[in-house]
Write a protein that binds this ligand. Structure first.
Ligand SMILES: *[C@@H]1O[C@H](CO)[C@@H](O)[C@H](O)[C@H]1NC(C)=O
Ligand SMILES: *[C@@H]1O[C@H](CO)[C@@H](O)[C@H](O)[C@H]1NC(C)=O
Ligand SMILES: *[C@@H]1O[C@H](CO)[C@@H](O)[C@H](O)[C@H]1NC(C)=O
Ligand SMILES: *[C@@H]1O[C@H](CO)[C@@H](O)[C@H](O)[C@H]1NC(C)=O
Ligand SMILES: *[C@@H]1O[C@H](CO)[C@@H](O)[C@H](O)[C@H]1NC(C)=O
Length: 309
């Protein structure tokens, strides 16, 4: 038994394979082939940086068949640094508000041009641009830009407060998460057992603001979690809850800070048993609040009476 239709698609897949091979060859040639065009391969500017740090700016390029005429660094359109290997002085800098080049920090050649900025302040935030130009006759220009935000970044993890060690069914767990003063404001998120807390369990985030001496607006954020423990599963089974609070700044992974703690939700049944143990069966304490505890006390008392008689 042969299946003629099965032999049919063969030529099509062959030609497809050929086409793909050709495409691959083309790509390969393009990549390894001679590249004579001026090319700015990378620009690296910290997207956000603490005011106390130094900002390293990196620019790297490939000149192809051209000669490097100059590399210029700009902040918000104002030139603050120039490297011009053909015309001495080969390095030059210009005053621009918020920009202070660290002494001896510039490092430029035919491939890279790096500078480091120090004494950052609120005016140092902005757009930084690296512009590379080839020499005569074309003076071809290429550039890339990136934004940098100077802020006051938190040094500590957010603080969780108000959480007790144990809760019972029908209790309300109230937890505050507070972040340290920062600029820009931190965005807080609560996680319960690694799942984001639903919106309805959260109070709106509070951002208090003050201005520090350097003119930065500083924000303290607070997010309150209110969890009413009414899930039916807590009637029969005690459970550990892991509460985690995460503080994010502009969504930058390296600036993420978090705190977590664990609390126990005592099942209605277990909390009754514990209560009975704690009170040694007296049933007299005002702390014997739950109906289940009373029930347990009652049954144990009855049993005691039975064994006596
Ligand atoms: C560099 O190569 C390009 C073509 O890739 C050509 O147009 C240009 O004239 C060349 N420039 C120099 C300086 O050789
Ligand atoms: C920098 O920020 C400005 C406004 O804040 C925006 O218009 C611009 O597109 C940003 N530039 C880059 C390169 O991200
Ligand atoms: C939690 O924050 C609220 C609102 O700011 C405040 O009223 C309450 O006292 C705080 N509770 C704790 C335990 O920090
Ligand atoms: C949450 O995730 C972390 C890391 O993935 C893990 O170590 C931890 O056990 C998880 N906690 C819970 C309650 O699932
Ligand atoms: C319960 O019994 C323990 C010893 O078994 C004792 O230390 C404790 O004080 C008793 N508690 C009460 C409330 O009587």
């Amino acid at each position: 038994m042969t299946h003629p239709p099965e032999t049919q698609p063969a030529p099509t897949s062959m030609s497809l394979l050929m086409a793909m091979l050709l495409l691959l060859l083309g790509l390969l040639l393009h990549v390894v082939g001679p590249s004579e065009a001026l090319h700015l391969s990378s620009l690296s500017v910290p997207p956000i940086i603490d005011v106390s740090q130094k900002a390293k700016l990196f620019c790297s390029y490939e000149m192809g068949n051209r000669t490097l005429n100059s590399v210029k660094w700009y902040k918000d359109g104002h030139e603050f640094f120039r490297y011009s290997p053909l015309t001495p002085p080969t390095t030059n800098w210009f005053p621009v508000k918020g920009v202070t080049i660290a002494d001896g920090s510039s490092h430029c050649n035919q491939f890279i041009c790096n500078v480091e900025l120090e004494k950052l302040n609120i005016h140092s935030s902005g757009q930084y641009r690296c512009e590379v130009s080839g020499d005569a006759p074309e003076f071809e220009l290429i550039d890339k830009a990136a934004n940098m935000t100077v802020g006051v970044l938190p040094k500590f993890d957010p603080l969780i407060s108000g959480v007790r060690r144990t809760y019972k069914y029908r209790d309300t767990l109230v937890a505050n998460c507070s972040s340290e003063w920062s600029s820009p404001a931190a965005r807080l998120t609560w996680y319960i057992n690694n799942k984001t807390a639903p919106q309805m369990q959260l109070q709106p985030q509070i951002n208090e603001v003050i201005h520090n001496t350097e003119g930065f607006p500083l924000y303290a954020s607070k997010l309150q979690l209110r969890l009413h423990i009414d899930d039916q599963r807590f009637i029969g089974k005690s459970e550990m809850l892991e509460l985690r609070c995460v503080a994010d700044i502009l969504g930058v992974a390296s600036l993420r800070r978090e705190s977590w703690l664990r609390t126990t939700i005592m099942a209605l049944r277990d909390s009754g048993v514990n209560q009975r143990r704690a009170e040694n069966g007296t049933c007299a304490s005002a702390r014997a609040a739950t109906f289940a505890a009373w029930l347990l006390c009652l049954t144990s008392l009855l049993r005691w009476h039975c064994t006596l008689s």
